[in-house]
Design a protein around this ligand. Structure first.
Ligand code: NAD
Length: 309
């Protein structure tokens, strides 16, 4: 027997054969949703290019030879290419000083042809990430890490939104999941994911609880949540018995388990039997982060050129 779901996507399967109800969650397909967003952005970029004769440009700065960072940067540049955003690479060796990097940021800040600046983290230890991120002009800060943009976000005035949590909201919206009035639990309070996710969910009128490494009885708090955003960085941290039946689960985590397999912060097999919606890893939040980076680059371009929607 199949139960109908809100948005007509994959149905909830109710197995009544053993006289017990086994829910199988709808899989939120982040790969598909991110592709839809990239397509929408590409269409807008093409239209704007016809109108003003220029396309947005993103400076992508990589310092050092960290292999994971190199992959992230490659994926971001590939997305730019697909969309029609010009990406300008600045690959610096790890031997460069903090002053060298600050000088580069300064020149990118002053380059009218560059709309967004992305500095891939982590940076080598001898370079202060805070100093570098604060050196990026807020209007070109497409990662939304600058204190001015963090402040604007908390005042609900941000036009650039932090990519990963903004991607979480898009996943919920585009899956037809109502946020307003829901009890949301975020696990993790990092500056990149957890804290901005608080603001974005609050702005959508969710009631937000934040759990972190010093929180007591996390399972109890999660068990009451309608929506759980797991951004803890511990493989399969959220178990089936910590989740309320029918809850919506967004898994931000990217971890390797003991067998070296890529897994999220959610024990997918058991949680998907309890939840109504769930994001997979890979293919959930990950692709959304890049899609939202592209969106921010387009927004920065429009704001800098005074182009209204
Ligand atoms: P982080 O390490 O900066 O923060 C982790 C948070 O989890 C901290 O606030 C900490 O208080 C909390 N925490 C740690 N141990 C805990 C415990 N035992 N119980 C409860 N809370 C605990 O991590 P982050 O940068 O926010 O990233 C979190 C995860 O999301 C990582 O796996 C990371 O790789 C992933 N991530 C994915 C994307 C994406 O695009 N999909 C983007 C950013 C981060």
């Amino acid at each position: 027997m199949f139960g109908l779901c809100q948005n007509g996507s994959l149905p909830i399967k109710i197995n009544t054969i053993k006289k017990e109800i086994v829910l199988t969650a709808n899989i939120i397909d982040g790969k598909k949703i991110a592709a839809d967003i990239r397509k929408e952005i590409a269409e807008e970029v093409a239209l704007l290019n016809k109108k003003v004769g220029v396309s947005p440009a993103l400076a992508v700065v990589l310092v050092g030879e960290d292999p994971a960072s190199a992959v992230y940067v490659r994926n971001k540049k590939r997305a730019c290419e697909e969309i029609g955003i010009r990406s300008v690479s600045h690959d610096l060796s790890a031997e460069n000083s903090e002053a060298d990097l600050l000088k580069l940021i300064d020149s990118l800040n002053n380059d009218k042809e560059i709309n967004g600046i992305l500095v891939q983290l982590p940076l080598p230890k001898h370079i202060s990430e805070a100093k570098v991120l604060e050196a990026i002009r807020p209007e070109k800060d497409v990662d939304c890490f600058h204190p001015v943009n963090v402040g604007l976000l908390s005042l609900n005035k941000a036009y650039l939104k932090p990519c990963t949590p903004a991607g979480v909201i898009e996943l919920l919206d585009r899956s037809g999941i109502k946020i307003e009035g829901k009890d949301a639990v975020i696990i993790g309070r990092s500056n990149i994911v957890g804290k901005p996710a608080i603001q974005l969910l609050l702005q959508r009128n969710a009631t937000v609880t934040v759990c972190h490494s010093k929180t007591k009885d996390i399972g109890e708090k999660c068990k009451k949540a309608d929506i759980i955003v797991a951004a803890v960085g511990i493989a399969e941290f959220l178990k089936g018995n910590m989740v309320k039946e029918g809850a919506v689960i967004i898994d931000v985590g990217i971890n390797r388990n003991a067998e070296g397999k890529l897994v999220g912060d959610v024990a997918f097999d058991e949680v998907s039997k309890v939840a109504s919606y769930i994001t997979p890893v890979p293919g959930g939040v990950g692709p959304m982060t890049i899609a939202m980076l592209m969106k921010n680059t387009l927004t920065a371009f429009k704001v800098q050129r005074g182009i209204k929607d």
